[in-house]
Write a protein that binds this ligand. Structure first.
Ligand code: AMP
Length: 281
């Protein structure tokens, strides 16, 4: 039976009755097969699985993006029940941010480039809410998608630096058959934008193919990605990056694990995707 909880006070007592270890899957709802894959991994690793559903206002740097973010709790709870989740925790904003709340968790260099630069305040919002979720749930394991590669790095850094006892586990990106990474934001794409959106993955694959063929110039790989993206006029490039997979510093030449990443706008909808070259970051 899947329990649904809102108040933070109930969480502790309900969790105390469930077996350890606990696997936590933090989400903003509108669950899709990407979330399901995290839940399944958590289910395989832990006797108790908790899914949190919280559209965190502090991680949106645009108010319209927050208000337009898709929500359907009943559907999300049905998906969690279908996946055998033990506990769905869907707190209100006041359950997360207590009266007088006045703390921000700010991760350093790893949070600065890419999404950090494009979305000021975003990673402070993410790190702060994840620290609260980790504190309240006290899970042994927490599962995040590699689709948000920089987010995993930021959360890992935060958990290590603050000695939080929750281990951060990254899971592979789940894609549509045409290569588009699943995302709650895909629902906002018009039919023409949806048809063009697999270009993100095609651009990454084109650059990865060149790398596999021996190309080691980062500028050449950036050029390849930009030229594939240019083939879709609806795709407005926000950034294209070839960065060191550990530091996220932009590279001149590739000589170790490398993260290819990009952010592209289709009208008001902004999509991101990435691919790791040369082993784990
Ligand atoms: P969100 O609800 O978008 O905040 O995502 C919740 C978690 O699901 C995050 O750790 C995401 O990285 C992960 N996630 C989102 N989309 C995918 C996907 N296509 N494949 C794997 N994980 C994903």
């Amino acid at each position: 039976m899947t329990q649904v909880l809102r108040a933070r006070a109930e969480l502790g007592s309900d969790l105390a009755a469930l077996p350890r270890p606990v696997g936590l899957v933090p989400t903003m709802g509108w669950l899709h097969d990407g979330h399901r894959s995290l839940i399944r991994r958590a289910r395989a690793d832990n006797p108790t699985v908790v899914v949190s559903i919280f559209v965190n206002p502090r991680q949106f740097n645009r108010a319209d993006d927050f208000t337009k973010y898709p929500r359907n709790e009943a559907r999300d709870v049905a998906i969690c029940a279908d996946e055998g989740v033990d506990l769905v925790w869907a707190p209100t904003v006041d359950d997360i941010y207590v009266p007088g709340f006045d703390t921000t968790v700010s991760v350093g260099a790893i949070a600065e480039p890419l999404e950090g630069q494009a979305r000021p305040g975003h990673f402070e919002g993410v790190a702060t809410v994840v620290a609260i979720l980790f504190g309240l749930v006290g899970a042994e394991h927490a599962y995040f998608g590699q689709k948000d590669a920089q987010q995993v790095m930021v959360i890992r850094r935060m958990a290590r630096d603050l000695a939080l006892p929750t281990e951060v586990i990254a899971c592979p990106t789940v894609r549509e058959p045409d290569g588009l990474a699943l995302s709650s934001r895909n629902v906002h794409l018009s039919p023409a934008e949806r048809a063009a959106a697999p270009v993100l993955h095609r651009a990454l694959e084109a650059a990865a193919d060149r790398w596999r063929a021996g190309e080691r110039s980062a500028d050449e790989l950036r050029r390849v990605m930009r030229s594939v993206l240019a083939g879709k006029p609806l795709a407005e490039v926000d950034y294209v990056s070839v960065a060191d997979a550990l530091s996220l510093a932009e590279l001149a030449r590739l000589d170790g694990p490398t993260l290819l990443s990009l952010a592209v706008r289709f009208g008001p909808t902004r999509l991101i995707d990435n691919e790791l070259l040369g082993g784990a970051g």
